[in-house]
Design a protein around this ligand. Sequence first.
Ligand code: KG4
Ligand code: ZN
Length: 345
Amino acid sequence: MSDRIKILAFETSCDDTSVAALEANPGDRIPRLLSLAVQSQDEVHLKYGGVVPELASRAHLRSLLPLMRKVITETGWDLAEVQAFAATSQPGLVGSLLVGQTAAKSLSFLYPGRFISCHHLESHLLSVFLEEDQPDFPFLAALVSGGHTSLYRVDGFDQFHLLGGTRDDAMGEAFDKAAKCLGLGFPGGAKLEELARAGDPTRFKFSAVKVDGLEFSFSGLKSQLARFAAKHSDPESRPHLAAGFQKALMDHLIEKIKRAAEESALTRLVVVGGVARNLELKSRCQNLLESGVLERIFVPRMEFCTDNAAMVGVRAYVKFLQSEFSDFEEGVSSTSRPAIRRKTQ
Ligand code: KG4
Ligand code: ZN
């Protein structure tokens, strides 16, 4: 039996089922990803225009064991040698979270490996450590996904301080709702980005969002888009509507990132979550480098931006090193319990 630390991780918080195997030598700061399997449920939810929780749980049940078999076959692991079985416990859809949690608990019940439950947002924030080019602490992080839009100050592998979040929709949710309004299907973030490429972002004047401090609000832009789209339903207007809407979302996000960087004096920015796949966002962040607001930007590759179990494995490894194991009584939660603290000063 090798003395390498082996972690098998599950992610089932929303509508992507994922299993990952990670391994580390004693003393390693970060584990190495050996195998990652992801099964999207886009096809399942497409016709409903959004994630249907009951269908999501059932689809996780169908996919989880085949994905686990794939990962175990690829790594050639003996489950008796796995030191930790990890799963996301919060926040997310309760039925979905239970599928991954039950798998990890059951394996930990049967084999010697410990059970570790992880906070989904903390996993996203550490996804950047799956890449070779890694930021030093502290850094500013923008987590932009379908469920969350928040800024954090990250001081260490387990020190996440919330600086501000959204008052209403998350940015990915705003992309998805806009895509639905323009008839692009679900999930629509990437489709809206593609449509926007052919549009003029100045053709429709979206009014700037005004929210105090480091908070966000996206629902007003969504209503503006609906009004413009009702008035301009011709196919020629669609790319311009998409481009104008995307620009307005980005203006809002970039303004807050700039403000957070200036207030915190942090010059390293990490961007994670599904919306971090957006190329316009990357180029707008690049402008912050050129204008001297930031010194470095780190965005993980696309497969690590959207929900995946590799990032759960990284979070679980940090907990493993600190002997932060979970017990079988631990449940799941749809909301974020105070694992992530709001910075007070
Ligand atoms: O992080 P993620 O996989 O799931 C959550 O935890 O929410 O993010 C999914 C979100 C969806 O709203 C999707 O439309 C959005 O990320 N997304 C994008 C792009 N690719 C995915 N939004 C804008 N542009 C993209 N290229
Ligand atoms: Zn996520």
